[in-house]
Design a protein around this ligand. Structure first.
Ligand code: CTP
Length: 470
């Protein structure tokens, strides 16, 4: 496995380890990713001795400007070298009590250290020791599992998951990221242990959920979360999308499968995590708004509006940021039906202008989501929608050449209104500004100062205001 140790830093670590007489190994994700030929900058080094001491010596050898961060309570130290982050830790043996999440940590052998790891593919080590330099130490057949694309725990799966229940999410994340299959006994153990996820912090769960979302085909992860029972526990609103009802012989589509297809579609065209979240949440209020109407069939009236209102609560629970990223998701969820509702006959300039105004900078992403939202199996329907979207896109481009609505700035400011009519901050200012904005969006006046100013005078007069004498 010498090919994994090409970087000169490994030779140096080996030299220092030899001088200090401490057996040292590269372990975990770095070894896995090297075999998979995935790029990684995180290296974990396990030492039969003190990881902190070895890290300090190595930083010394590397010379000035190389910094060691020491995390004494974890017994680890991190050295940054170029774009690599190298973490040193002493080999350990951990055992968990059923009464507490805090493990009893003792020094251990390399074998102990490999035993306590989550999956066979993450439990491989490469020797940095002189006589065995570059040898793979793979007690659980991790390399074979990589070849066969299998995720499996080194020890009895229920024990591995009970030691750290987040590993259930990690299994699903790796399956989604790498396109691996979770071995049957391991998946069964996840199903049995699913409720234990409740002792894991939200932040850690969300890190894995985001990694699932960022994988090439997030639907793999969502299907596994659903099948294992984890989805119901960590994201019940999403679980509720599953299922089909029939009334008077009419069935609606299964919104769980529809949504994960939309997420995959978005993933195939954009790396933007927040657009992927918008895809996850675009129909989230369908279960709440579902009704059967004798004339119309199944309806989900106002699901886009209620869905956008649900975003905040879901983001808060998931410990996702409650900032402009969330507003972006809310905006796209709220507007996701707009473009599709613009049929060729109905594509009026004013409808397009309002869409551009309401979506602002999110417009291009909104259009991507809307196109990804077409999951119909009926080719005619798909073509019809795609044609409508291309008309909408063309109209947007035409209008944007004429008007600058996307980042709309009122052409007449509040100050100018106050100055013109000699009034202080009061209700009429808002009324006039709104009136001007609506007139621009409806295409009654152009988006420029002169026309807006004239309209301001007209509206002011109607409101009984008089222009200030100069
Ligand atoms: N590990 C574990 N159990 C966990 C987390 C990590 O056994 N709950 C072990 C695995 O051997 C893993 C290593 O610690 O390979 C490093 O973990 P981490 O850096 O979190 O993940 P990686 O496996 O490197 O994967 P990624 O970088 O994609 O998160």
């Amino acid at each position: 496995m010498k090919k994994c140790l090409n970087d000169k830093i490994f030779k140096l670590i080996a030299e220092v380890a030899k001088d200090e007489d401490v057996p040292t190994f590269v372990i975990g994700g770095f070894v896995r990713d090297c075999i998979l030929e995935r790029k990684t900058h995180d290296v974990d080094i396990v030492v039969l001795g003190s990881g902190i001491d070895l890290a300090k010596k190595i930083a010394n050898r590397l010379g000035k400007g190389v910094h060691v961060s020491i995390f004494r309570s974890f017994g680890t130290a991190m050295v940054k070298f170029g774009d690599m982050e190298i973490e040193f830790v002493g080999a350990r043996k951990e055992s968990y009590r059923t009464t507490s999440r805090k493990p009893i940590v003792e020094d251990g052998s390399l074998e102990d250290d490999q035993n306590r790891r989550d999956f066979t593919i993450n439990a491989m080590a490469i020797s940095l020791n002189q006589d065995t330099y570059g040898t793979l130490i793979d007690p659980f057949g991790g390399r074979e599992d990589i070849k066969n694309k299998i995720l499996r725990t080194p020890l009895e799966p229920e024990k591995t998951f009970s030691d750290d229940p987040l590993r259930m999410m990690r299994a699903i994340r790796f399956a989604s990221q790498l396109g691996f299959t979770i071995e049957e006994a391991t998946l069964d153990a996840i199903k049995k242990s699913a409720t234990r996820i409740e002792i894991v912090s939200r932040e850690r769960i969300t890190v894995e959920l985001n990694k699932i979302l960022l994988s090439d085909k997030p639907s793999i992860g969502f299907k596994l979360m659903e099948e294992s029972g984890l989805l119901q526990l960590i994201f019940p609103e999403f679980q509720d999308l599953k299922g089909v009802h029939e009334e008077n012989g009419q069935r609606h589509k299964d919104n769980f499968y529809h949504t994960i297809q939309v997420v995959d579609n978005v993933a195939s065209i954009s790396d933007n995590l927040w657009l992927r979240w918008a895809a996850v949440l675009h129909d989230i209020a369908k279960p709440l708004t579902k009704k059967f109407d004798q004339d119309l069939g199944w309806t989900f009236h106002a699901h886009e509006f209620i869905g956008s209102k649900m975003v905040h609560g879901i983001f808060r629970k998931m410990k996702l940021p409650l900032n402009e990223k969330m507003k972006y998701v809310q905006n796209i969820v709220l507007l996701h039906l707009r473009p599709i509702s613009l049929s060729p006959e109905g594509v009026s300039d004013s409808a397009i202008r309002r869409l551009v105004f309401d979506a602002g900078d999110n417009l291009d992403d909104l259009m991507l989501l809307c196109e990804a939202d077409i999951t119909s199996k009926n080719e005619k329907t798909v073509l019809k929608h795609l044609k409508n979207f291309s008309i909408v896109r063309q109209k947007i481009a035409e209008l944007e050449e004429k008007d600058s609505i996307r980042n709309f700035q009122p052409p007449v400011s509040g100050e100018e209104i106050m100055e013109t009519f000699g009034i202080s901050p009061s209700k009429p200012i808002g009324i006039i500004k709104d009136f001007i904005k609506e007139a621009i969006l409806d295409g009654i006046i152009k988006n420029n100062h002169d026309e807006a100013y004239a309209l301001m005078l007209e509206k002011g007069k109607e409101l009984g205001l008089q222009t200030k004498k100069v």
